[in-house]
Design a protein around this ligand. Structure first.
Ligand code: PYC
Length: 413
C-alpha cells in the first residue's frame, strides 16, 4: 500500500490537483480589494466574478484562508429570526445553502436536522410564539411545540419537571441545519480562484489609502495596492479596520468559546438551544457533539480558552442530557465576535466612498455566508444597496432605527 501510494505520488501522469493556484506576486492595482479571506470575503469575491463578471479582484488576509471565525463557529444554519428583515435575509441564505453543494460542485455535508429553541419560562414562550408568527408570516417553517412534540422530536432530552428550569415548550424550525463550515470557505475560494480572483494569505492590511473622501487603495505588509473599490469583511477586527478607514463602528468585540466531545453514537437529530441555560448543541456526522454557550463576560481581542467556560457549559448541558456525564471533551476553542447594540449585522455603504462594510456578525455570521456574499457583491458591483440589505445599513445607529434581533440570538448574551 505505501509503495502503491508512492508510485502514484511520483508519476507525472498523476499530478496533484491543486485546490488553489500557487502563490503569486501582488499586482500594484485591482478593481476590487477584499480585506478578509473568511467565508464572507471569499463568497463576495465568488459572486462578484460569477454574477457580475468582475474578476480583477484580490482577497487579502493577515492570517490563512478561513482561519478566523469561519473556522471557529458551530456551523448552525437557520432563519427563525425575530424581525421580518432578519427572517427575509437569513431565509435567502438557507435557500442558497440548500443547493450549495450542487451549485459549487463541493460537498459541504449540508444536513437538515430541525432546530429546537427551548422555552423554560412564560416570557421565553411568549418570544417563541412571536418568532413563530413572524416566521410563518414570512413563509418560513417555524411553530410553537409543547412537551409531547418535543419528546417525539428529541427523545433523549430530559423533560422532567424535577430540574432547575423545566422545559415548557419550544420553537421548532424544521429547516434548521448544520454543514461543514470550512468546506464552505474552501468551495468559495476554489471557485473564485477558477474565475481569476487572487487570494493572498499572510498579507496584512496596515492602512487605508484615501483621497477627497474616496478610497484609493490599501497599505499592506507587502506594499501598497491601489483599488477602485474596497470591501472589509474581517469579523473580530472590524472596529480596528474601520478606524484605519476613518470612521467608528458601534461594536464591542467579545470572545465566544465552543467545544466538541469525543465521537458518540448518533443520538441527537435536531440542533437544541436553550437561551435560559445558555447552551446550544448539535451532533456532527462524525458523532462529535458541537457545543457552545454565552459569550465571555468581557470585551477582549483574544482567542484563549477558559476552564470557567467549560465548567459552566457542562453543568448546564447536563441538565438537558444527564446521561452525558461520562462523555469526554476533545477540544475547545474561541472566536472573536463583533457585537452590535441591536444584535443585527452591518452591511453596505460607509462614510468613505467606494469603501464597503460587512461587519457586526456577533455570534451568527456563518449562517449568512452565501446571502452576504451574493448581496455584498451586488452592492459593490452596482454601487447601490439592494432592498434586502437596506435595514442593515450603518447609518441606522445614527438615525435610531435599530433592528432589535436580540430575542433571536442563539443564547442570551
Ligand atoms: O445564531 O444559531 C446561532 C448561533 C449558534 C451558536 C452561536 N450562534
Amino acid at each position: 500500500m505505501p509503495f502503491g501510494l508512492l508510485k502514484y505520488g511520483l508519476l507525472p501522469r498523476y499530478p496533484v490537483r491543486r485546490q488553489l493556484p500557487a502563490d503569486r506576486d501582488l499586482k500594484p492595482a485591482y478593481d476590487v480589494v477584499i480585506i478578509g479571506a473568511g467565508g464572507h470575503g471569499l463568497a463576495t469575491a465568488y459572486y462578484l466574478a460569477r454574477d457580475w463578471g468582475i474578476t480583477d479582484v484580490c482577497v487579502l488576509d493577515k492570517g490563512y484562508l478561513a482561519g478566523g471565525n469561519t473556522a471557529r463557529n458551530t456551523a448552525i444554519i437557520r432563519s427563525n429570526y425575530l424581525t421580518p428583515e432578519g427572517v427575509r435575509f437569513y431565509d435567502e441564505s438557507v435557500r442558497l445553502f440548500r443547493t450549495f453543494s450542487n451549485d459549487l460542485g463541493y460537498n459541504i455535508l449540508y444536513s437538515e436536522r430541525g432546530h429546537l429553541t427551548l422555552a423554560h419560562t412564560d416570557a421565553a414562550l411568549r418570544t417563541m410564539r412571536w418568532r413563530a408568527e413572524v416566521n410563518k408570516h414570512m413563509g418560513v417553517d417555524s411553530e410553537l411545540v409543547f412537551l409531547d412534540d418535543i419528546a417525539r422530536l428529541c427523545p433523549p432530552l430530559n423533560l422532567s419537571d424535577d430540574v432547575r428550569y423545566p422545559i415548557l415548550g419550544a420553537l421548532y424550525h424544521a429547516p434548521g441545519a448544520i454543514a461543514r463550515h470550512d468546506a464552505v470557505a474552501w468551495a468559495y475560494a476554489r471557485e473564485a480562484a477558477n474565475r481569476g480572483v487572487e487570494i493572498h494569505q499572510r498579507t496584512e492590511v496596515t492602512g487605508i489609502r484615501q483621497s477627497d473622501g474616496r478610497v484609493t487603495g490599501v497599505e499592506t505588509t507587502r506594499g501598497p495596492v491601489a483599488a477602485g473599490r474596497v470591501v472589509q469583511a474581517v469579523a473580530g477586527s472590524s472596529s480596528l479596520l474601520a478606524a484605519m478607514a476613518g470612521f467608528r463602528l458601534p461594536i464591542r468585540t467579545i470572545p465566544l468559546q465552543a467545544c466538541v466531545s469525543q465521537p458518540l453514537k448518533p443520538f441527537l437529530d435536531p440542533i437544541v438551544v436553550s437561551g435560559s441555560l445558555h447552551v446550544y448543541v448539535s451532533q456532527t456526522p462524525r458523532g462529535e457533539l458541537v457545543m457552545g454557550g454565552t459569550t465571555d463576560p468581557y470585551a477582549l481581542y483574544g482567542t484563549r480558552s477558559t476552564l470557567a467556560f467549560k465548567e459552566t457549559l457542562m453543568a448546564d448541558l447536563l441538565e438537558l442530557f444527564p446521561f452525558l456525564s461520562e462523555a469526554k471533551l476533545l477540544r475547545q476553542w474561541a472566536g472573536m465576535t463583533d457585537m452590535t447594540p441591536d444584535f443585527a449585522p452591518v452591511m453596505g455603504l460607509t462614510p468613505l466612498e467606494d469603501y464597503f462594510i460587512d461587519a457586526g456578525w456577533g455570534t451568527w455570521g456563518f449562517k449568512a455566508t452565501p446571502v452576504c456574499g451574493k448581496r455584498m457583491a451586488e452592492t459593490v458591483a452596482r454601487g447601490e444597496v439592494p432592498d434586502i440589505l437596506e435595514p442593515f445599513r450603518l447609518s441606522r445607529f445614527r438615525d435610531f432605527v435599530q433592528l432589535g434581533e436580540k430575542g433571536a440570538a442563539a443564547v442570551g448574551h
